[in-house]
Design a protein around this ligand. Structure first.
Ligand SMILES: *[C@@H]1O[C@H](CO)[C@@H](O)[C@H](O)[C@H]1NC(C)=O
Ligand SMILES: *[C@@H]1O[C@H](CO)[C@@H](O)[C@H](O)[C@H]1NC(C)=O
Ligand SMILES: *[C@@H]1O[C@H](CO)[C@@H](O)[C@H](O)[C@H]1NC(C)=O
Ligand SMILES: *[C@@H]1O[C@H](CO)[C@@H](O)[C@H](O)[C@H]1NC(C)=O
Ligand SMILES: *[C@@H]1O[C@H](CO)[C@@H](O)[C@H](O)[C@H]1NC(C)=O
Ligand SMILES: *[C@@H]1O[C@H](CO)[C@@H](O)[C@H](O)[C@H]1NC(C)=O
Ligand SMILES: *[C@@H]1O[C@H](CO)[C@@H](O)[C@H](O)[C@H]1NC(C)=O
Length: 795
């Protein structure tokens, strides 16, 4: 029987991949009016669908304020489907700009004003010309895995994913494809997400934020037009190579580029789960997000970049079992390598087949070759065991593109500014509230999104500040659905009508506005007075008249695309449901958001294997490396008095005759942090009087209001009490325990210490009297509700 070949999928170039939604990712767009972007090569290589991206997006953020970065990635992350990393970086520079044309900045200075492309502001530019030139003339790292690709050149422009050396803006393709990169780059690291957090120490110590880079600097006489045009690798990529460059005009110098001392190592944490093929929303239906605290480095021209790197299980560039000179691709020590098999086409083929993919299927090399189980372009594999039987000689063609088997996607924001805080806002917490999405229905905007507030749900405390600001475009396609003038994005903020009936999350009592409504509340309805803002501010948010004088504003048409209320203090607690009156069109589209303002301050953070610290007004919860086996959300909430504590958590104040010398704090989750790795964290609580070590103890209440000693060895230094705990709950520092109790503690401590050591459990001592237990039990329900809510919040 003749062998049949089935085409499971044609190797078409499917693009649909990673998009920033806040700040708005450009995907190389610049205010163009078509559904498809004009030029996919304008600034960087995104590998994304031409329909993605937002036209404009420039906002400013105050230093230290919290910005919710939101993005979607189409091919999943943090599931067994692939190896996945996401890397967020930013750069600032006087010449960083969006430009005024959708054409790519020229790579021949002859085509720029005054032969100076760096200063030709017509063109958008992130990396500069000198950076690109260096990449274009530098030897590529020959130790990198290229599979069976035929790279068309020997410089850093040519990689497995960019075999033709195509240019996008002034991006360096080798730098784009590999991280951490071994040469100096203008990018500062913000955060690295990885499926394998054990790599975090490596990423963090190798980050250019904290580690020097070296590069070969040649005398300018080498940069002749002929040399530049030749595409020859004239700049060596190793110290030895560099020092061999000797000429009458000067020698090559292997030069150190030290890190910027103002930076520290980036955060590194487990990736967030997202599902394959569904644009990439995560658990709970929200896009993946990260709360970025804007760095303290002000600049008017910055741009944010995110990369999404995935590879299949057959290709693990990190597996040390793989022959390192073939598989491990991240190491600059391979710079000087001339790996066998990267020369002639025959050698390349051999090299590709030598990679050990076949071993993972349990084949010998000859079997694998016979059956197509080798790592090469679109193989036809024979799945039946007996390949020699004609009837079983059935081949399945796989859609495997060796240039995309490991693949990196990217998006970058439009430029934004990082500004110093106003004098009077030095020590306050500022939350950014923006608008994402663009005009159109779900199909018209895809893979962008419809309008939404970001974050859709803000959590903050009374006396925090909110910075409401958004921008949009006037040039969406004219036939895109939406209210107001065709093609335009506009937003506003109005409170929704008061609740019709209590809503599910228990916040009914304090809720202002109601999700389910579509009519705005009256501006003077004090029960829905948004965040306690002044009437003038509320009016401006609704009418935008602080930025727009007159005009036809019923649908905000005459307003500008940009709106800024400035930072405002939030003075009223409650749950505020609000909407945009223009874009909320029941039941076609919805633009609503919620802000939850609590009387008590809360701080939260996602922490994983690499450890991390939640910090709130001097209180800290600190996990060392490896204390946690997976990443989770941890939070601290502060209660300054015991009535507040009881009202909010149901936990009664500690009553052992001692005196509390700190606030009560709720650490969530209130359960054991991590059963696998122990999850031991250090908790630090400021105490309000000078007390000597030994006089105070940190105590913890569990759900039944039972107060226990967290650790018999509470340390006190400079008004900070410190102890170790492996679970959350309510904590307080207590002093002057009466002597009977102390004796009890000491004896029990000894006994329990022994038991504790024997069983590896938490050493605890219950101080609550029996008769109080019943009462305490009644409070359990309340506490549980609170905890449930604090869990719900994590989702
Ligand atoms: C992508 O992952 C591969 C290993 O699979 C690694 O060699 C490369 O440096 C990564 N690139 C980026 C941009 O993270
Ligand atoms: C360049 O290197 C040569 C050989 O090592 C040395 O003799 C010469 O002084 C160097 N020139 C400069 C400018 O350093
Ligand atoms: C790794 O592969 C290279 C190229 O095929 C080969 O020269 C080298 O001997 C291999 N090393 C090991 C440890 O197998
Ligand atoms: C970001 O902060 C908000 C509080 O405003 C919180 O609700 C949210 O869970 C945080 N997101 C992440 C990913 O930590
Ligand atoms: C609401 O949306 C629908 C569908 O796009 C549209 O036909 C209708 O005109 C919109 N309503 C208003 C008031 O613009
Ligand atoms: C609403 O608040 C304003 C001040 O913000 C006050 O003047 C007015 O009397 C209040 N109205 C009601 C009905 O309480
Ligand atoms: C949009 O909403 C209107 C009611 O305002 C409804 O008549 C129409 O069918 C909706 N259009 C779509 C596309 O859902």
């Amino acid at each position: 029987m003749k062998a049949a070949v089935i085409f499971l999928a044609l190797a078409v170039c499917v693009h649909a991949d990673m998009y920033f939604h806040n700040p708005r990712g450009s995907n190389n767009r610049l205010d163009e009016a078509k559904r498809e972007r004009n030029n996919a090569n304008r600034m960087f290589d995104s590998q994304n669908n031409n329909r993605g991206g937002y036209n404009v997006g420039s906002l400013y953020y105050y230093t230290g304020s919290v910005l919710s970065l939101e993005w979607t990635n189409q091919h999943s992350c943090a599931d067994p489907n692939n190896h996945c990393e996401q890397i967020v970086q930013y750069t600032c520079g006087d010449l960083v700009r969006d430009g005024a044309t959708t054409q790519t900045i020229p790579d021949n200075p002859v085509n720029c004003v005054d032969y100076d492309c760096n200063n030709d502001i017509e063109y958008g530019m992130h990396e500069n010309y000198d950076y690109y030139l260096d990449c274009r003339l530098r030897q590529r790292n020959a130790g990198l895995f290229i599979a069976d690709r035929n790279l068309r050149g020997k410089t850093a422009l040519f990689t497995r994913q960019n075999g033709n050396g195509n240019r996008r803006g002034y991006e360096c393709p080798e730098e784009r494809d590999y991280y951490p990169y071994w040469h100096p780059t203008p990018w500062r690291d913000v955060v690295i997400f990885t499926n394998d957090a054990s790599r975090c120490p490596y990423y963090q110590s190798e980050s250019q934020n904290v580690k020097s880079r070296f590069a070969c600097v040649l005398p300018p006489s080498f940069l002749t037009t002929d040399n530049i045009r030749s595409n020859k690798p004239i700049i060596p990529n190793t110290q030895e190579g560099c020092e061999e460059v000797v000429s009458a005009e000067g020698n090559g110098t292997w030069t150190e580029f030290p890190p910027d001392s103002r930076l520290s190592a980036p955060e590194c944490i487990e990736t967030l789960w997202s599902r394959d093929n569904h644009l990439g929303n995560t658990i709970g239906g929200f896009p993946i997000s990260y709360n970025w605290t804007i760095p303290d480095l002000t600049h008017e021209h910055c741009v944010l970049r995110i990369r999404y790197n995935i590879s299949t299980g057959e290709y693990d560039g990190w597996d040390s079992a793989v022959n390192s000179s073939i598989g491990r691709t991240v190491d600059s020590v391979l710079n000087g390598a001339t790996v066998a098999g990267q020369g002639s086409p025959l050698e390349r083929r051999l090299f590709s087949e030598l990679t050990d993919v076949y071993e993972r299927f349990g084949f010998t090399y000859d079997e694998a070759r016979e059956r197509g189980y080798v790592f090469r372009q679109n193989p036809v594999v024979k799945v039946f065991p007996d390949v020699n039987e004609d009837s079983n000689n059935f081949g399945l063609q796989l859609a495997i593109n060796t240039n995309q088997f490991g693949r990196t996607f990217q998006d970058r924001s439009h430029t934004f500014a990082i500004r110093a805080r106003p004098e009077d806002l030095q020590d306050v917490k500022i939350h950014n509230l923006n608008v994402r999405g663009k005009r159109g229905n779900i199909v018209q905007v895809y893979p962008g999104v419809e309008y939404d507030f970001v974050p859709n749900r803000v959590e903050m405390a009374v006396d925090d500040y909110i910075h409401i600001q958004w921008t949009g475009s006037n040039t969406n396609p004219n036939n895109n659905d939406g209210q107001g003038r065709d093609g335009t994005d506009r937003s506003n903020v109005v409170m929704l009508r008061p609740p019709n009936y209590p809503e599910g999350d228990g916040s009914a009592g304090t809720a202002s506005g109601h999700w389910g409504n579509s009519y705005p509340a009256h501006l003077d309805d004090n029960t829905t007075s948004l965040l306690g803002l002044s009437r003038e501010d509320r009016q401006n948010l609704a009418t935008l008249l602080n930025m727009q004088l007159g005009g036809e504003m019923s649908e905000l048409d005459d307003a500008g695309t940009y709106y800024d209320l400035g930072p405002r203090k939030v003075t009223r607690s409650g749950t505020y449901y609000f909407m945009c009156s223009r874009n909320n069109n029941f039941s076609n589209r919805s633009q609503k958001g919620v802000i939850i303002v609590t009387e008590t301050a809360t701080s939260q953070k996602r922490i994983g294997w690499s450890g991390g610290t939640v910090e709130l007004n001097g209180h800290t919860l600190e996990f060392p490396q490896a204390a946690l086996s997976t990443a989770g959300q941890y939070s601290i909430e502060e209660f300054t008095d015991k009535d507040q504590l009881e009202a909010m958590t149901g936990v009664r104040a500690v009553s052992n005759g001692g005196e509390t010398v700190s606030s009560y704090i709720l650490v969530s989750p209130a359960t054991q942090f991590d059963s696998q790795n122990g999850g031991m964290a250090k908790i630090v609580i400021p105490v309000d009087t000078s007390v000597a070590s030994g006089d105070v103890t940190i105590m913890r209440a569990n759900a039944a209001s039972r107060w226990e000693y967290v650790d018999l060895d509470t340390r006190v230094e400079e008004n900070m009490a410190e102890a170790d705990t492996s679970s959350g709950g309510v904590f307080v520092v207590n002093s002057q325990i009466n002597s009977g109790l102390i004796a009890g503690v000491v004896v029990a401590a000894f006994v329990l210490l022994v038991i504790g050591i024997a069983f590896g459990g938490l050493v605890v001592y219950f101080v609550v009297r029996r008769d109080k237990w019943q009462k305490a039990k009644d409070n359990t329900r309340k506490f549980k509700q609170k905890v449930t809510r604090s869990f719900a919040r994590q989702v």
